[in-house]
Ligand binder design. Structure first.
Ligand code: FCB
Length: 463
């Protein structure tokens, strides 16, 4: 058997989390309320009736979690900063105790030789801002830039990699058009304004970050889908174009080309989401600001979407795999899509660098009487996806790092605690952490700087 191909020198092996999903401590250390705290408190919003008030109790256990990262051998850790910990009232007073918390975490990471990647907005908008219109209001753009400035003033001498936003598609569309995420609105026109304000605040915040920390590497993270037509028919191919347009290009084109895609503007006018091709939320200078230089693009990839033409020409995603082959999220395992998404990005948008800032899979994990968790399906997923990432590098993609979603099992938003994405198991009653076999496998991959072959003893033989 030939030795597995190594990743390029300097490639970062990471894992990711987000504040609202792991921290808990929502009323401690001067933190204000977030839109997700409020959303989860309303009956019927969260699948298992849970809320994020304790989650993984990372707010108190971060030192233990840092020890786990060391044990796995992570080279990088992507976490998010809870905006309401820093600016509890949404604007104005900065809560120094909130900054202290992240400063300790960052110093701990640096002391362990782990590169911090800090996300400024992973969806936990201060509720106080929501009461003034939230991301539908242009005022939130300035609020975000002020918040970003306060964080970078404190941490910009130590954190080099900054991600302004996590997945503007999810925050705008799931939160404001489809209603299953906070704040739970169902208004397509509002969702487009939200998306624009997120993108605009990315551009403006990245200017502020660079001013305060000239060595900063600034990026934004998008969720991207590998979109394929269900058939070669002209209608299905057009449905795939439209789906790719609204899901992927609507968020990429402004960043890289300073323009919204015209074909998607036309679709949205036809569907009544826009009154005309004049976008009402765009003001002079916005698109230039959004297209500010970008040091890296963060890509979150989970699955492909196969699309068929539906009623009124709306694209409709269809299931391709039998239920038993899906992850517990209902997502198909489609490794080739990561390769294809990365190659397409390099070809069409030529980012300077790309990091896969999230990739992973939720499955039901069984705990053996010995305490071991043989999560072979997660290992298979990670192996195949990392292999796809490596093939993209071979094909010339400037991929510089990969972050598993997630370090820990955590609070999966509207789905609550039922979805386990972690390579580390969390027992939510005792808060005990246990490395799953996937964490041991990932440790072996990191140590080898390569994706271990299925037949190698590293597969769970490391405990
Ligand atoms: C992404 C989110 C992340 C997590 C994963 C499963 O969309 O960024 O917080 O929920 O999905």
């Amino acid at each position: 058997m030939s030795a597995p191909a190594r990743f390029p020198d300097g490639f970062l092996w990471g894992a990711a989390t987000s504040a609202q999903q792991i921290e808990g401590g929502v009323a401690e250390g001067g933190r204000g309320e977030s839109v997700w705290d409020r959303f989860a408190a309303a009956p019927g919003r969260i699948a298992d009736g849970s809320d994020p008030s304790v989650a993984c109790d990372h707010f108190h256990r971060w030192r233990d979690d840092l020890a786990l990262m060391r044990e796995i051998g992570l080279g990088a850790y992507r976490f998010s900063i809870a905006w309401p910990r820093i600016v509890p009232g949404g604007r104005g007073r900065v809560n120094a105790r909130g900054l202290d918390f992240y400063e300790r975490l960052v110093d701990g990471l640096l002391g362990a030789g782990i590169t911090p990647f800090a996300t400024l907005n992973h969806w936990d908008t201060p509720q106080a801002l929501q009461e003034r219109g939230g991301w539908a209001s242009r005022e939130t753009v300035s609020a975000f830039v002020e918040y970003a400035g306060a964080v970078v003033e404190r941490l910009g001498d130590r954190v080099r990699h900054w991600i302004t936003h996590n997945e503007p598609w999810c925050q705008s569309m799931l939160g404001h058009e489809q209603g299953q995420h906070a704040p739970g609105h169902r208004d397509a026109a509002e969702a487009l304004a939200v998306a624009h304000h997120l993108l605009l605040s990315h551009g403006r915040a990245s200017e502020a970050i660079r001013r305060l920390a000239p060595l900063a590497q600034v990026g934004i993270t998008h969720i991207l889908a590998a979109v394929q037509p269900a058939s070669a028919s002209a209608d299905d191919r057009d449905a795939a174009r439209a789906y790719d347009g609204s899901f992927n290009r609507w968020f990429l084109d402004p960043i890289f080309r300073g323009a919204y895609p015209e074909d998607v503007v036309e679709d949205r006018v036809r569907l009544g989401q826009l009154a005309s091709a004049e976008l009402p939320f765009v003001r002079a200078g916005d698109l230039e600001a959004i297209a500010a230089p970008l040091d890296f693009l963060g890509v979150n990839y989970y699955s492909r979407t196969v699309v068929r033409a539906g009623p009124e020409g709306r694209p409709r995603a269809i299931a391709m795999a039998p239920p038993e082959e899906l992850t517990t999220m209902g997502w198909e395992v489609w490794p080739q899509g990561l390769h294809d998404v990365l190659v397409r990005l390099a070809r069409d948008y030529a980012p300077r660098a790309i990091h896969v800032t999230e990739n992973g899979a939720a499955f039901h994990d069984a705990v053996e009487p010995s305490g071991r968790i043989h999560d072979e399906r997660r290992i298979d997923y990670l192996r195949a996806l990392l292999d796809a990432a490596r093939r993209a590098i071979d094909d010339g993609v400037p991929l510089a790092g990969y972050f598993v979603w997630s370090l820990l099992d955590n609070w999966e938003w509207a789905l609550g605690f039922g979805q386990r994405f972690g390579i580390v198991r969390v027992d939510y009653v005792t808060q005990q952490r246990t490395l799953k076999d996937s964490a041991l496998w990932y440790r072996a991959a990191i140590a080898a700087h390569a994706v271990p072959d299925a037949t190698e003893p590293s597969r769970g033989g490391l405990a």
